[in-house]
Design a protein around this ligand. Structure first.
Ligand code: ADP
Ligand code: MG
Length: 297
């Protein structure tokens, strides 16, 4: 069945931090299939990073089970966790965490060195992934010679060079300007589309989530309270607000238009969907707006 073949599976996963007794994950059930592109959102302190640490084998569960590629890994000793981590997990963190004394190529090749891959093969593979993120001409630059977006693309190349089975990206666009942000999200989307890489992306931007992902998990006080298509989750915008979150602004506009009698699709979440739905509704209602405004050409 699907559950046996799941790439990642959490079963009633709980994490209580011993040092302060905080329950950061509370009986979370989660199934990720190979090739999924999932976003995780939630207010600050809701447990998103803890979830990523658990999935990425950086930490162990207090209770419950974690099946990675079918193997139970929740309670492995730290050493075995580390080995599995370097084989199977690619991380992209919020801060770029590139080594400043190394070139882009050396940074990307580093995880291969840790795996004992021979030197010439390391450079070859590192160069190939740098090319994939559009930076082969920057291979010999050091991090300070690159823009924020470029640095984060190097970090993405470093995360994929070992051919992990999942990329865990925890707020990878935080601190980037809008161009750098689009650069990174487009890069991640393209890895997903062209290579079918499984991606779990922590994001605060509902607009980005609406645009890029197929599935959205909402964390609240350590619980996964929604796990569905973004559209379906956003229709619960009033509940999201009680968690300190909000739907995309488009959701509010569409609901307001609908309340005012325009027969639009209130589930539209991107600007393009909203435009199409508003134009169609205006056309159907034979609105004078279309004739005067000339929006329809
Ligand atoms: P988010 O990423 O959604 O902001 P976190 O997973 O970082 O949430 O944190 C969830 C809760 O666990 C918070 O109350 C936080 O203070 C606590 N927490 C996170 N990491 C640790 C840690 N290493 N030790 C103790 N408490 C932690
Ligand atoms: Mg966090």
């Amino acid at each position: 069945g699907r559950s046996e073949s799941a790439l990642l599976k959490l079963i009633h996963a709980s994490k209580i931090y011993a040092k302060n007794g905080i329950c950061a994950l509370n009986a979370v059930d989660l199934t990720v299939q190979d090739g999924d592109y999932i976003s995780v959102t939630g207010a600050s302190g809701s447990g998103k990073s803890t979830l990523m640490h658990i999935l990425g084998l950086l930490d162990s569960l207090t209770e419950g089970e974690y099946l990675l590629d079918g193997a139970a890994v929740a309670h492995l000793p730290a050493k075995q966790r580390a080995r599995l981590r370097s084989e199977k997990i690619g991380f992209v963190f919020q801060q770029f965490r590139l080594l400043t004394g190394m070139t882009a190529l050396e940074n990307v090749a580093l995880p291969l060195a840790l795996q004992g891959v021979p030197r010439h093969e390391r450079s070859e593979r590192a160069l190939a992934v740098l090319e994939r993120v559009g930076l082969s001409d920057r291979a010999n630059h050091r991090p300070h010679q690159l823009s924020g977006g470029q640095q984060q693309r190097v970090a993405i190349a470093r995360a994929v060079v070992t051919e992990p089975c999942v990329i865990l990206a925890d707020e990878p666009t935080a601190g980037l300007d809008p161009m750098g942000r689009d650069e990174i999200l487009d890069q991640i989307a393209s890895l997903h589309e062209t290579r079918g890489i499984t991606i779990i992306l922590v994001s605060h931007s509902m607009e980005d989530i609406a645009k890029y992902v197929e599935r959205l998990i909402v964390m609240n006080h350590g619980e996964a309270v929604f796990d569905d298509e973004p559209k379906k989750v956003f229709s619960h915008y009033k509940e999201l607000e009680t968690m300190g979150l909000a739907a995309p602004q488009i959701t509010y506009i569409m609901h307001a238009l609908k309340e005012h009698g325009l027969n639009v699709d209130a589930d539209a979440t991107t600007v393009e969907e909203a435009r199409d739905s508003i134009l169609a509704a205006l056309k159907a209602s034979d609105s004078p707006l279309l004739k005067e405004g000339g929006a329809e050409k």
